[in-house]
Design a protein around this ligand. Sequence first.
Ligand SMILES: Cc1cc2nc3c(=O)[nH]c(=O)nc-3n(C[C@H](O)[C@H](O)[C@H](O)COP(=O)(O)O)c2cc1C
Length: 340
Amino acid sequence: MLTIGNISIDSPLVLAPMAGISDLPYRLINREYGCGFAFTEMICARSLVYESSKTLDMLASEDKDRPLGVQLLGGDPDTMKRALDILLPYSFDIIDLNAACPVKKVISKGRGAELLRDPVKLQMLLKVIVDHIDVPVTVKIRSGWDEESVNASEIARRAEDAGVSAIFIHGRTRVQGYSGTVDYRIIKEVKDAVKIPVIASGDGLTPVLIKKMFDETGCDGVAVARGALGNPWIFREACAYLNNETAPARPDVHEVVSIMKEHLKLSVACNGERRGIIRFRKFFPWYTKGMAVKELKTMVFKTGTLDSMMQLINAVKYVMDTGDISNMREIPVKFNQLPG
Ligand SMILES: Cc1cc2nc3c(=O)[nH]c(=O)nc-3n(C[C@H](O)[C@H](O)[C@H](O)COP(=O)(O)O)c2cc1C
C-alpha cells in the first residue's frame, strides 16, 4: 500500500511515465497484472494551452485506469497555471511536474532536468502548482545534473517545503541519461531527507532488482519503466517475490499472444485502426523478445490493418508451436491459412 496525499494506492509498484509509450491501452494492460498507479505520457504544458489535438488525445482515460497521474512538462509558472485550468475537468488524481527529462530540445527551453540546476526556481514553480490546484502534486527528479552537482536531497527538501506530496526519483544524473547503473545511495539519501513518500526509479528490470531497490534505499514504492515493455507480467511476478510467495509461472506463448491481441484491440479502439496499428507496432518486438520469430518482427512495420496484424500475432503462436517458418515469407497471403 502506498499513500500519496489523499490518494491510496493498492500496490507500491507503479508504472513509470514513458513518452510515446504510456498511453491508455498500455496502462490498462499493465494494470491487469497489478500495477497500482500509472501516469499519462508526459504532457507539454504549452501544447496543452494551445489545445493541440495530439496533446489532448494523450489525456484519454477511463474508470478502470485509476488512480492516474498526469505528468506535465514546463518551466513557466503562468503557462503551468493555464495548463492546470485545462486539466481541471479531467479530474486526474495526481499532477506530476517533470524535472527529469534529459532531452536537449527540452533542456534548451528551461524544462525537464534543466530545472534541477536552479533549485530555488524549481521550488517556486512547485509552490505555484500546489497553490493552484486541490489534488496532490508530485515531482519527478534525477539525482542531479551531473556527477559534480548531485543535488537530489536539496531538491527533495525544497519540494517538500513547497507542499509536494511525493518525490519520484530516477537515480541517474541528466548527463548519464540512461547509461551506467542507478545510484541507490542518492535515493536513500533522498528518502532520509524528507517525510513524504519517495518512489524510486531506475533499473527495476526484474523482481530481484525491484526488491533490491526497496532493500537498498528504503523507498516507499518503485516505478517500473523499461522492465514493463512487452512484459506486464513483471508486476505480478515482483509482487509475489516481494511477498515471499511462490513465483508465478512465466507466461507461455499462448498468454503472450493473448495479451498482444488484447493490447492491439485496445490500441485500435482508442486510436482508430491506422493510428492504433502504428502505436502497437513498437510493442511487437518487445512482447516477442527472446522468441525465434525474427522474420515476423521485420514484417510488423509493413503491416497496416487490424486483420493483418492479428494474423501476424497468430503467426507468432504458429511458429513457436511448430518451429516452422517456411511459409512465413509470403505473408500476408499465407497468413490467411494459419490456424487462429
Ligand atoms: C522510452 C522512454 C521514455 C521515457 N519518458 C519519460 C517521461 O516522459 N517522463 C519521465 O518522467 N520519465 C520518462 N522516462 C524515464 C522512466 O520513467 C524511468 O525513470 C527510467 O527509464 C528509469 O527506469 P527503468 O530503468 O525502470 O527504465 C522514459 C524512459 C524511457 C526508456
